[in-house]
Ligand binder design. Structure first.
Ligand code: DX5
Ligand code: ZN
Length: 221
């Protein structure tokens, strides 16, 4: 049996009670906290930064925090999130001038490193940095907002990424982000993805542990 990670995106949390939301979604069975960082420059939205990541650690969150950087440039934020207690840090290759250096910075800080690919971005660069990739993250929506519809062409891209990981025998997670729901997660898993982000599908009213658990259990099933 394969091990899958479910990573709720706190972009859809109630930010007025973020600590409770994260506690609840972890109690409901989430494996990882997906943390979306947007700078109103690389993407047309503005969210949360390293202070909030540090606050979750101080609150007592010990689960892995998966920091998805949608910022440009990236290197200063990498340093800040290493200090703030991030576990995984991923960034978009087009958002930095020096992809290899940015990956090295993440790994030197003791975090797992990954690249994020927009729907229209090719995976070609993976070949050049394959020894440094712990995660390949495929966007199945255009980054910037929660609640968008899954782009079906991502499934072919996932199969290609899975083949690349297996052919090269990489110890690398294949993550997907955007529009993942109970009714399409099986297809996503069958395409070779082993780490699923889901925001609006999980974090919604009534915002209780029981409701979150029901969705996460259904996704695992
Ligand atoms: C989009 C973010 C996603 C988003 C996913 O830019 O990277 O993590 O929160 O939200 P849903 O699951 O609602 O598409
Ligand atoms: Zn994300």
């Amino acid at each position: 049996d394969k091990d899958y990670l479910i990573a709720p995106s706190i972009l859809s949390a109630d930010f007025a009670m973020l600590g409770t939301e994260v506690d609840n979604v972890l109690e409901a069975g989430a494996d990882v906290v997906h943390f979306d960082v947007m700078d109103n420059h690389y993407v047309p939205n503005l969210t949360i930064g390293p202070m909030v990541c540090k606050a979750l650690r101080d609150h007592g969150v010990t689960a892995p925090i998966d920091v998805h950087l949608m910022v440009s440039p990236v290197d200063a934020s990498i340093a800040d999130f290493i200090d703030a207690g991030a576990s995984f840090i991923t960034f978009h290759p087009e958002a930095t001038n020096h992809v290899d250096r940015s990956l090295q910075l993440i790994k030197a800080g003791g975090c797992k490193a990954g690249l994020v690919f927009n729907p229209a971005t090719s995976l070609d660069i993976c070949e050049m940095v394959k020894d440094k990739l712990d995660i390949i993250l495929l966007m199945s929506v255009n980054p910037g907002f929660g609640g968008q519809a899954f782009i079906p062409a991502t499934l072919d891209k996932a199969r290609a990424a899975r083949k690349f990981i297996d052919d090269n025998k990489l110890d690398c997670r294949l993550e997907i982000d955007g529009g993942v729901k109970v009714d399409n997660i099986k297809e996503v898993a069958e395409a070779g993805v082993d780490m699923m982000v889901a925001g609006s599908a999980i974090l919604k009213a009534p915002r209780t542990v029981e409701a979150y658990k029901e969705t996460i259990d259904a996704m695992r099933k």
